[in-house]
Design a protein around this ligand. Structure first.
Ligand code: GDP
Length: 445
């Protein structure tokens, strides 16, 4: 794994300390590193060029504020620009249409269209209180139709039957008719995808688009696709008026550079991110956090992989051993806890599993806010170096500012997290094992 941009930048930051302005001279090497890191994160070359040029233009001649170095200031500019590019125009699913509002799902086979269709159905039912129908236009793979049936059921939506001997256009018309008669608010249309871009298929989805007149045409793209994502995105943009992007498999170990490429090439906003294979593994795309990921993922990859590969047992045992000895609880453990909680499906899914009485009590807590807080905390810890996570006590003002810039938050938030960690560390020493639930609760607040 290539070393993270933040590491390289912080090295340069050190070299550049003491200069008061971002100049042509001091910015060159920095930008070279930014360019390299973006390429390593699998952002397409043309997109990287464009982005770096924009950053340079914004950065040149900027006065460096207070005690920041030009390097730190540039990290901030890069982070902001990344987040702004990826986050611009973000909005929830548009349903402003005569019912049924039709949503057409487009993308290559394996991108995650069918899974995402069901996730979206669940989102629209739960968050927008809509009556949702799904239908598959994939007449080439009977298994795909069955798959949609299964996941639609899991989502609590209704599935409209289709068979391989039908024409996609006929299926579309029949589904719309049925949706109108049964007063569905939303019709989600899953489509066939091939392994590569295919003209026949593109014509077919264009025809579907003409019949369905969807209010949203969503391009589903696998974040692990890297450089190739650009060509796929271009082809779909040329064929269809895309209104949004859903980036899937962000739970994988890719640096997620595809987000920047696809956003730039299609001009469409990234609306959601797929973060697990499960039906509730869909999150509103968080551009700030994703910028942090592209910039500073580095050695965190290893940890995430560990947690996801189910080495949880082992790390839990390690943690337990540390607790028993009453020492050594560090920010890595704190982060592992946060990530384990996420891999369990987040706070709200934990809530679903609680008895009704407890749910009612916990209902007074704003779950969305709690989840957001957890993500921000994760972002902050991810912006720290391995050394800092092991020895949080070395995190003083300068490091705090760098970490805050990397995570796109205020220094106060870094302080708050460190305070919380310290309290927890004290608590852990007292508890000496056990009481994991207590700790979980603390992290939610
Ligand atoms: P389609 O061919 O585009 O309909 O793709 P599918 O919905 O069948 O998904 C292909 C594979 O990717 C399946 O194994 C899914 O479980 C998996 N998948 C889809 N979205 C995600 C995601 O966000 N995270 C992970 N880890 N896997 C996903």
């Amino acid at each position: 794994m290539a070393s993270a941009l933040s590491d390289k930048l912080s090295r340069l930051v050190k070299q550049m300390r003491g200069q008061a302005r971002i100049t042509e001279d001091n910015v060159q090497e920095m930008l070279r590193e930014v360019r390299m890191a973006l390429l390593e994160a699998d952002v397409a070359l043309a997109v990287v060029r464009d982005f770096v040029a924009r950053v340079k233009e914004k950065a040149l001649g900027q006065e460096v504020m207070g005690s920041l170095s030009p390097g730190q200031a540039l990290v901030g500019i890069v982070h902001r620009e990344l987040a702004a590019t990826m986050g611009e125009g973000v909005s929830d699913i548009n349903l402003a249409a005569q019912p049924p509002a039709v949503i057409l799902m487009a993308g290559l086979q394996g991108a995650g269209k069918t899974t995402t269709t069901a996730k979206l159905a669940k989102h629209l039912i739960e968050k927008r209180k809509k009556k949702v129908l799904t239908v598959s236009g994939d007449v080439y793979r009977p298994a795909a139709i069955e798959q949609l049936k299964t996941v639609t059921k899991q989502a609590g939506a209704e599935w409209f039957p289709s068979t391989p001997d039908q024409k996609p256009a006929d299926i579309a018309r029949a589904a719309i008719d049925y949706a109108k008669k049964q007063y569905f608010d939303v019709l989600l249309v899953d489509t066939a995808g091939r392994l590569a871009i295919d003209e026949v298929l593109m014509r077919e989805i264009q025809e579907l688009h003409g019949i369905l007149k969807p209010v949203e045409t969503l391009f589903v793209v696998d974040a692990m696709q890297g450089q190739d994502a650009v060509n796929t995105a271009k082809a779909f943009k040329e064929a269809l008026p895309l209104t949004g992007i859903i980036l899937t498999k962000l739970d994988g170990d890719s640096r997620g550079g595809a987000a920047l490429s696809v956003r730039q090439v299609t001009g469409a906003p990234i609306k959601f991110a797929g973060v697990s294979e499960k039906i509730d593994g869909l999150e509103v795309f968080d551009a700030e956090r994703h910028a942090g990921r592209i910039l500073g993922m580095g050695d965190i990859v290893a940890l995430v992989e560990q947690v996801q590969a189910g080495v949880d047992v082992e790390s839990a045992q390690k943690l337990a051993a540390k607790l028993k000895s009453g020492t050594g609880f560090d920010l890595n453990d704190f982060l592992a806890q946060i990530q384990q909680m996420k891999s369990m499906g987040g706070l709200s899914s934990l809530m679903d599993k609680m008895p009704a009485q407890m749910q009612a009590k916990a209902g007074q807590v704003d779950m969305d806010k709690a989840e957001r807080d957890i993500r921000r905390k994760e972002g902050i810890i991810c912006s720290m170096t391995a050394h800092e996570r092991r020895k949080p006590e070395i995190i003083k003002a300068t490091r705090k500012r760098r970490i805050a810039a990397g995570a796109g938050v205020h220094v106060q938030e870094v302080n708050r997290l460190l305070n919380e960690f310290e309290q927890m560390q004290t608590m852990m020493k007292k508890m000496k094992g056990g009481g994991l639930m207590k700790m979980m609760k603390r992290m939610g607040g």
